[in-house]
Design a protein around this ligand. Structure first.
Ligand SMILES: Cc1cc2nc3c(=O)[nH]c(=O)nc-3n(C[C@H](O)[C@H](O)[C@H](O)COP(=O)(O)OP(=O)(O)OC[C@H]3O[C@@H](n4cnc5c(N)ncnc54)[C@H](O)[C@@H]3O)c2cc1C
Length: 541
């Protein structure tokens, strides 16, 4: 069955995830009443007329629906603009090369004619990475959907070569047929591609067991207007600086990833996740650090703060009033406070996984944890790829949901959690608004972890005001992250939205090194010029 992607919203037509009445009550109590925000019918959006393009050496579509579908990604301002029919810029054409030769021909033609190229994988960027640049120069979206599929599988070495445009489900299905898995499951899994993962240095939900995409890529091919990198798949190499690492996170600024060879593993049974309630966020972080230090072979470790636990667990219990009261009484006998934090620990459902979960359970108990069984984990697993639909359903009701993420050493995490929350709440207060800020630990390492903040606020009906409220919150949160010693992005990438802060993390000379790589591979400067290196604040574009 061919599923049609929704325009200006997450996912596929016919699918949704509606908020529970308990969640809507909770949000109304915190935010105040919100007014519905209608969504424009895609046919009603008028785009600027397409500019003239030179012959590109591959099929190009200037069809309005195609251009609109490639105008913006999936960041909150993208959804707000599409919802309000305010699309200032769209690509002049969408081009779909069939192979490396066509890709190189398109890039050469664009470089010669000064046409901007925005590589497009699944278009799930939340950092403005695929947004049409606008301005005087013509632009194309280079959609990589035809560079897809399994090319080769070296079973003995555990190496699989895929086209960059292969989507998550197709990649896992091809590997499953041969008894393998990559193990990369970002929340955007269903709509994002291998090339996009590499270009953004993505992390999946089971990164604790499988690593981030940076650890999965053994070899990669980058086709650029000024050359080509064919980096072979090797288990390790000391041949100078690692150029794979230059391609990883290059966000289409250096060229087009056309294929990659990834390290795959034998399939294990599906993930089993168990829940434990710990008395506080601090106790959760301490337990996580202990689990990481002990090297417990979990594939998932996720800790929700008190507010996120209230939304994820307590609201569900409240909805089942009798069971909820019984559960509360049971927990209070065991010393669990009124507002606990839930920890989800996950591992494949086999004997080795069961041992890992036992070890993690023991560490959590040492930090005051009380087992909550498999049910919270089962619910999370069932909904983990459906949650993004909730964002659109809430936006229909005038409630915006945004996320920011970072990573920092363990010694900074407590303070950073407080500072980012305070920054978002302060920026909302300056708007005369109240909001709700939730946080969870989403990826853990020996030396630190990634924090993922979700915040809700009322969305003004006027789209420009809505985007400027979002921009004020985003600036405040990003400033707090960078000031507090966190990375500007743990896994969403830099894109256009974070680019003004990049130099604060890697220094002006660091930015010059990336610019030099771009100048070598893309001397005409046509590759996605608004990402990574453009320090202009474009949040409100
Ligand atoms: C609801 C939601 C949940 C998300 N969850 C996660 C998550 O759990 N983990 C995570 O890491 N990210 C997550 N993201 C962010 C996003 O999905 C990732 O950045 C993903 O890696 C992008 O893949 P894509 O194929 O959609 O790339 P696109 O959005 O199409 O492109 C992203 C960037 O990469 C460039 N690019 C794409 N393909 C290529 C290529 N072949 N060669 C060169 N450049 C290319 C684009 O020009 C752009 O700059 C989420 C996003 C959303 C909307």
């Amino acid at each position: 069955m061919v599923r049609t992607r929704r325009l200006g919203a997450w996912g596929f037509e016919g699918e949704s995830y509606e908020p529970s009445p308990a969640l809507l009550d909770w949000l109304a109590g915190r935010l105040g009443p919100a007014a519905p925000l209608p969504r424009a019918a895609p046919g009603s959006i008028t785009l600027p007329a397409p500019g003239r393009l030179p012959p590109l050496g591959a099929p190009a579509s200037a069809e309005a629906h195609d251009r609109l579908a490639h105008a913006r990604g999936q960041g909150l301002p993208d959804l707000l603009r599409l919802r309000a029919e305010r699309i200032a810029a769209a690509p002049d054409a969408v081009v779909r090369p069939a192979d490396d030769r066509e890709t190189a021909a398109v890039l050469a033609a664009c470089a010669a004619a000064g046409v901007t190229v925005v590589p497009w994988g699944g278009g799930t960027s939340v950092t403005g990475g695929v947004n049409a640049p606008g301005g005087d120069r013509p632009a194309i979206a280079l959609d990589l959907e035809r560079l897809a599929g399994l090319g080769a599988l070296d079973e003995r070495s555990g190496l699989a070569t895929f086209g960059a445009g292969t989507f998550g489900p197709a990649l896992e299905a091809a590997l499953a047929e041969r008894g393998f898995t990559l193990g990369h499951f970002p929340q955007s899994f269903q709509l994002s591609t291998l090339g996009g993962w590499i270009a953004t240095r993505s992390s999946g939900q089971e990164s604790l067991g499988y690593g981030s995409v940076a650890e999965m890529v053994a070899g990669v091919t980058l086709v650029a207007p000024g050359g080509r990198l064919d980096l072979p798949a090797l288990p390790a190499s000391a041949a100078g600086p690692d150029l794979r690492a230059v391609v990883l996170g290059s966000e289409g600024r250096l060229g087009v990833v056309t294929r990659a060879t990834v390290r795959v593993r034998g399939r294990r049974p599906p993930l089993r996740a168990t829940g434990t309630l710990v008395p506080s966020w601090e106790a959760g972080l301490d337990a996580a650090r202990a689990i990481l230090r002990a090297g417990v072979p979990l594939t998932l470790l996720r800790i929700s703060d008190e507010a996120e636990t209230e939304v994820g667990v307590t609201l569900t219990l409240k909805a089942h009033r009798i069971a909820g009261a019984a559960a509360r009484a049971w927990l209070s006998i065991r010393g669990v406070p009124e507002h606990p934090c839930i920890v989800l620990a996950g591992a494949p459902a086999d004997r080795a996984g069961a041992r890992a979960l036992d070890e993690a359970g023991a560490a959590l108990r040492e930090h005051g944890g009380v087992g909550a069984g498999d049910r919270p984990g089962r619910r999370w697993l069932a909904d983990r790829f459906r949650h993004p639909y909730l964002r659109d359903a809430l936006l229909d009701r005038g409630i915006a949901v945004e996320t920011v993420e970072t990573a920092a050493p363990w010694s900074r995490l407590q303070a950073l959690t407080r500072e980012v929350r305070a920054a978002i709440e302060g920026a909302l207060g300056a708007e005369g608004e109240r909001g709700a800020v939730l946080c969870h630990l989403s990826h853990a390492y020996r030396d630190g972890a990634s924090l993922y903040f979700t915040f809700f606020f009322r969305c003004p009906a006027d789209p420009d005001r809505a985007v400027s409220r979002w921009a004020a919150l985003k600036r405040a949160a990003t400033e707090a992250i960078v000031r507090g010693g966190g990375t500007v992005s743990h896994h969403h990438g830099v894109g256009a939205f974070h680019a003004p802060w990049l130099a604060r993390e890697i220094g002006a000379d660091g930015v010059r090194v990336i610019a030099a790589a771009a100048a070598a591979l893309d001397p005409a400067g046509v590759m996605n010029p608004r990402v990574l290196l453009d320090p202009v604040d474009r949040l409100e574009r």
